[in-house]
Design a protein. Structure first.
Length: 277
């Protein structure tokens, strides 16, 4: 167990603070961790600084939400080791604004139909850079309308095809993101491709400068890790792994460090970074 390269905090849709996440990683015996909040790098400086204090390597990261417009599927790109964050700022800001706009629309519909207030929702969103479905569900749990974040009510409200309050978030085109990441000095890794059935997209992005693929992930199906690992070896991609940790806002609970990246592959990530420089 060396590095968990996919973790979220209260700054996006996780339930734990940045320092608490790093403390947990230390308790689990990890040597490295990446804070990869959705579409925000707000916690990176704090994480790197606290990591030095706790003697654990913190790799700067962010999970960028995108859309494969050709296939109509979501695609998430993990960006690591960027050193020109200003290149990412406009992109991330636009997505956060779009998500917040959609979140506010959904929140108003929920407040109109359930015995909760906007104040109850925003209490759980405090500290986050945006407004997420998990914050709304937490308020509904407080009101006794649900006994878990994910379940029948979550699907009834937020299903992307027939959810009663679902509002679409506009995301950037995935093919445009790799170049932006490279301009920021970062490395681009396709996150959990099996979750969105993105093997065809993976093949395409590998020819466009993709640096790595997340092969170890809690939502992999049987055989996915082996298939992704073989693809990565064939195409010279770094093989990363991460728990996709969200704390209590996870659909299935896994402690930090359950799914990891080997020391060899972390070194390969840094080697790719060095070559790009």
């Amino acid at each position: 167990m060396f590095a968990d390269l996919h973790c979220h905090t209260q700054l996006s849709d996780g339930s734990v603070a940045v320092q608490d996440l790093i403390d947990m990683a230390c308790k689990r015996g990890l040597k490295a961790i990446a804070v990869t909040d959705h579409d925000t790098i707000a916690g990176v400086s704090q994480a790197v600084s606290y990591g030095k204090e706790k003697e654990i390597l913190v790799i700067p990261g962010v999970e960028i939400s995108t859309l494969d417009h050709q296939r109509g599927r979501k695609a998430h790109i993990l960006c690591y080791l960027f050193d020109r964050p200003e290149v990412l700022e406009d992109l991330l800001k636009t997505t956060v604004e779009n998500r917040t706009r959609a979140g506010e629309e959904m929140m108003k519909k929920i407040v109109a139909s359930y015995p909760i207030t906007e104040k109850m929702v925003l209490k759980w969103a405090k500290g986050s850079t945006s407004l997420y479905k998990q914050h709304m569900m937490h308020a509904l749990m407080d009101a006794g309308c649900a006994n878990s974040i994910y379940g029948d009510l979550f699907r009834e409200l937020f299903d992307s095809k027939k959810g009663k309050v679902y509002a679409e978030v506009e995301y950037p085109e995935v093919r445009e993101i790799i170049q932006t990441i490279h301009e920021a000095g970062g490395l681009a890794v396709l996150a959990h491709p099996a979750e969105y059935d993105s093997y065809d997209l993976l093949e395409e992005l590998a020819g466009m400068g993709l640096d790595g693929v997340e092969v170890s992930h809690p939502r992999n199906r049987p055989g996915d890790q082996e298939r992704l690992s073989e693809f990565a070896r064939t195409h010279g991609l770094v093989m990363t792994g991460g728990t996709d940790f969200h704390g209590m806002y996870s659909s299935k609970f896994h402690p930090v460090g359950t799914f990891t990246t080997s020391q060899e592959q972390v070194e390969a990530l840094f080697y790719k970074k060095q070559k790009r420089n």
